[in-house]
Design a binder for this molecule. Structure first.
Ligand SMILES: [Zn+2]
Ligand SMILES: [Zn+2]
Length: 142
């Protein structure tokens, strides 16, 4: 089996992004995260390993990786909340967002059947839809 380090190196190479230790480590965190993470979260994890890394470096790299479609930015559409990033594996999905702590859980798309029906009923070609579900997580409800 291919090592994760090699997979991630190939992702960077394939997108003409120079491989640096910092980039590799940032990408690894995103790849392994089960949920979207903010730049600050990446920073707090990475600082233990790379004590001299700067938050601005993380922002810059996350944005670069997003531009190359390696990551996706998850906008929360809430005032003063930071965007989160997730590794883009190509599959369409949605997010459940806690409005208090900003935790984000990926959700399967519930709309495949609905889109088919809508297409039939309206004769539109349906191209896209957006759903974001907001709530309060069990931790914050306590
Ligand atoms: Zn919460
Ligand atoms: Zn969907």
């Amino acid at each position: 089996m291919e090592k994760l380090e090699d997979i991630l190196k190939n992702v960077l190479k394939g997108n003409d992004i120079r491989i640096t230790r910092q980039r590799e480590e940032i990408l690894k965190i995103l790849y392994e995260a089960e949920r979207p993470v903010t730049a600050k979260k990446v920073y707090s994890i990475l600082r233990k390993k790379l004590p001299y890394i700067r938050l601005s470096t993380i922002y810059r790299n996350l944005n670069l990786l997003e531009e190359k479609d390696i990551l996706r930015k998850v906008e929360l559409n809430m005032d003063n909340r930071e965007s989160s990033f997730e590794f883009f594996r190509g599959e369409h999905h949605h997010h459940l967002v806690c409005i208090s702590c900003q935790e984000i859980i990926p959700l399967e798309c519930p709309l495949a059947e609905y889109e088919k029906r809508l297409q039939k009923e309206t004769n539109y070609t349906i191209i896209d839809h957006k759903i974001k579900v907001y709530g309060i997580c069990p931790e914050c409800r306590k």
